[in-house]
Design a protein around this ligand. Structure first.
Ligand SMILES: *[C@@H]1O[C@H](CO)[C@@H](O)[C@H](O)[C@H]1NC(C)=O
Ligand SMILES: *[C@@H]1O[C@H](CO)[C@@H](O)[C@H](O)[C@H]1NC(C)=O
Length: 313
């Protein structure tokens, strides 16, 4: 049999898949979003629910492409994460693909539609998807924490009164890991007497501290601490090298790439209550992350403890 037509067919299926996916999605968002805005004033809770559902549908398509079509093979370790549980989520930030790793757990725990990110204020003006994020209760930020805090407090206040199920996802390092930023952070750590880290940056504590204080005694009772790791099987690959956007959408990811997600679960009630105590707690988590990643760097263990992998979705 000739290989050529198969490749062509596969390309065509890809194009159709994305075409239908994206246009269908936009159409769907448009069809439901406008009626949902009319519902808004009468039932804010339903408005959030509908828009979370719509965004969840888009996430689901992306996750299906990553895990099923492109065979992104993700392994898991750490604590058991119950289904339907709201949480503050913190994670190391390595690559734009990090959201697939967080969503891999969310989708298996029925929380994919409830993933809420801090996003740039300008995204609010993006038709459909941006509006959906806004209506679903994402946290919009400019850059200035003081300026943003009133707005974020308002978003959080409505989440608390409506008991909106949520994973509030915060990459507390503030930006993606790069060797240059790592050098800067190590210098800063030495200056301030903190433990230095090689695989993560020094976390920024202010936003996290506010989140913890906001959600003490609310329906969000846990913190999930994610550590994400990438492995690229190639001679000169750096540890933790993630595939870029083009690579994710070309050929199969497995076995060339491997992905690992470690989750630890902490009760917010067990955290310190003062700012400095919370900040210290957070820095300690990042020191632990660093050690975990260093272990993986030296010896990527196959068959890590796997609490969620077997779940179907
Ligand atoms: C989670 O919620 C869904 C409905 O939203 C329900 O069908 C499912 O049984 C729940 N799972 C658990 C473990 O509570
Ligand atoms: C926002 O909430 C935090 C925590 O509850 C509080 O410390 C802060 O003063 C609030 N900020 C504004 C601007 O309302």
């Amino acid at each position: 049999m000739n290989i050529q037509p198969i490749a062509t067919i596969s390309k065509a299926t890809n194009a159709v898949f994305y075409g239908v996916g994206l246009f269908g999605m936009t159409g769907l968002l448009q069809t439901f979003q406008i009626p949902s805005m009319i519902i808004g004033p009468f039932s804010p809770r339903l408005l959030v629910k509908i828009n979370s559902y719509l965004i969840g549908t888009v996430w689901r398509v992306l996750q299906t492409v990553f895990e099923k079509r492109k065979k992104g093979h993700i392994t898991f370790s750490g604590d058991i994460v119950p289904a339907n549980e709201s949480a503050l989520v913190i994670s190391n930030h390595r690559s734009w693909t990090d959201f697939y790793m967080i969503h891999s757990v969310a989708i298996r725990r029925n929380m994919l539609p409830n993933c809420k990110y801090f996003v740039k204020d300008s995204i609010k003006w993006l038709p459909f998807f941006g509006w959906g994020m806004w209506l679903a209760g994402f946290m919009f930020v400019r850059r200035n924490w003081l300026q943003d805090q009133t707005k974020i407090n308002k978003t959080f206040a409505s989440m608390k009164t409506m008991k909106t199920p949520a994973w509030i996802i915060n990459y507390v390092e503030g930006s993606r890991f790069t060797p240059e930023k790592s050098q800067q952070c190590q210098a800063l750590c030495r200056e301030r007497g903190y433990t230095t880290t090689e695989n993560v940056l020094l976390p920024r504590t202010r936003g996290f501290t506010t989140c913890v204080k906001e959600f003490q005694n609310s329906h969000i009772e846990y913190i999930y601490d994610f550590t994400l790791a990438y492995r690229h099987h190639s001679k000169n690959a750096e540890f933790n090298e993630a595939p870029d956007m083009v690579r994710v959408h070309t050929s199969a990811l497995s076995p060339e790439y491997e992905f690992h997600v470690n989750v630890k679960r902490y009760a917010i009630a067990d955290l310190p209550t003062d700012d400095e105590g919370i900040a210290q707690w957070l820095r300690q988590r990042y020191v632990e992350k660093d050690r975990f990643l260093a272990q993986l760097r030296d010896r990527w263990t196959d068959g890590l403890d796997i609490p969620v992998r077997e779940e179907k979705w």
